[in-house]
Design a protein around this ligand. Structure first.
Ligand SMILES: NC(=O)c1ccc[n+]([C@@H]2O[C@H](COP(=O)([O-])OP(=O)(O)OC[C@H]3O[C@@H](n4cnc5c(N)ncnc54)[C@H](O)[C@@H]3O)[C@@H](O)[C@H]2O)c1
Ligand SMILES: NC(=O)c1ccc[n+]([C@@H]2O[C@H](COP(=O)([O-])OP(=O)(O)OC[C@H]3O[C@@H](n4cnc5c(N)ncnc54)[C@H](O)[C@@H]3O)[C@@H](O)[C@H]2O)c1
Lengths: 205, 205
């Protein structure tokens, strides 16, 4: 399920690039080629969201993008917040603040009084006590956690208490959350260790 | 294979934490509990690197850490470089420069003349033409790519030309490299899309 969602999000990005180049149609084997998946998987994924191509012309790119947008609940823009405006947090703010069509990073939060009431790339940074009020006002359902490991769980608890349903966690700890909350962990140190290992021992399988 | 390496790296980190708390032994079911994997998987992973615990006392933590360090080729410190000292690159430099025992971030590189010959958290930033000389001098085998998408492939080509065998790629493009080069892609935008999706539609399986 999670892998299917990743693939669909990737197809959507690639199709937008194709559309940007002026292409109007694409065959499943072509989308397979640029996405790195087999044509069979591409066709099955798209059939799963109710989209069928015509053998003669392939998939109509604009219609397929619309279909994917509907699937990902566009054009309703989803709101998200970020907690921990440190080095990584600020890099993410700079990056995620640009793509305003897909989601809306409404605010960052930090426990450092020197960072509160500053703006990073136009994104306001508030103290933690403002989290309940801002989540309620924006109906934000997703939070990004970029605080040190020792504080990540308490931040997660605060987000969950305030109805956050999805967390993108960069702290190197395993968070405990209710079943109804989805957590995606991005463990960069572990990713680096993996690359260091495989740079010497080539993948055998 | 890749998942096994991730788990072994995680066990090592958790065991170091345990050792830091003064614990000398741990049972497989305890390591299972804190790592999130089953005891059977933990035991199998450790047997695969030649380590066996005693039922009475469990695994001896220090000996197991040493065994994992040998597996990950410690104490030989691996050198790595980073290309693209932008927002994300600088956050990574600040983070990776700290843990000097495991690997050594020897330099960053950037095409922006204003960034060349600056130091970020003590890590020197050079122009791209210095890549061959620095890789050769340090025997760096891993490169981190944090340049814009449109330049990622040419940077990858340059690294591969200079014998880099492992790449941690943050640019949202699929890199083309020889079979002998390992690439780990970290696609943060796709991770966020996944969380946005599952925050609304709960995982069904
Ligand atoms: N920088 C990276 O590239 C990188 C890589 C891998 C993992 N990480 C992880 O991401 C997290 C952040 O890393 P960083 O390098 O940005 O650290 P950082 O120290 O630069 O930033 C942490 C920020 O969180 C704030 N903070 C601390 N406790 C808080 C709390 N309870 N509530 C709200 N804000 C709080 C701090 O004031 C600071 O601004 C850490 O868990 C780190 O392990 C970072
Ligand atoms: N910032 C984030 O949180 C974030 C999140 C997801 C993905 N990314 C990806 O990471 C990459 C970097 O993002 P960023 O936000 O740091 O961008 P940025 O624009 O702040 O930094 C890019 C840096 O790369 C340098 N550069 C450009 N072309 C180069 C080349 N050919 N060789 C060497 N250096 C070159 C630039 O001078 C700049 O310093 C992008 O591909 C972006 O899509 C970033």
């Amino acid at each position: 399920m999670e892998k299917t969602i990743e693939r669909l999000a990737l197809y959507r990005r690639l199709l937008k690039n194709q559309s940007g180049k002026g292409n109007t149609h694409i065959f499943s084997h072509q989308l397979a080629g640029i996405s790195g998946y087999s044509a069979a998987i591409v066709r099955r994924d798209l059939m799963n969201i109710g989209y069928y191509g015509t053998p003669r012309h392939g998939y109509e790119i604009k219609a397929l993008i619309d279909c994917l947008n509907v699937f990902f609940n566009k054009p309703e823009v989803k709101s998200l917040i970020l907690v921990g405006a440190g080095n990584l947090g600020r890099a993410l703010i700079a990056y995620f603040i640009k793509d305003k069509t897909e989601y809306n990073l409404i605010a960052a939060f930090d426990s450092d009084p020197l960072k509160v009431n500053l703006k990073y790339n136009g994104c306001p940074c508030y103290s933690l006590e403002k989290i309940p009020e801002l989540i309620a006002a924006s109906q934000a359902s997703v939070g990004i956690i970029t605080v040190p490991a020792e504080n990540a769980q308490s931040v997660a608890d605060l987000l969950v208490e305030n109805k956050i349903k999805g967390i993108l966690n960069f702290a190197p700890v395993s968070l405990t959350v209710p079943e109804s909350v989805y957590v995606e962990n991005v463990d960069l140190a572990l990713m680096l260790e993996k690359v260091l290992y495989f740079s010497v021992h080539h993948r055998e399988g």
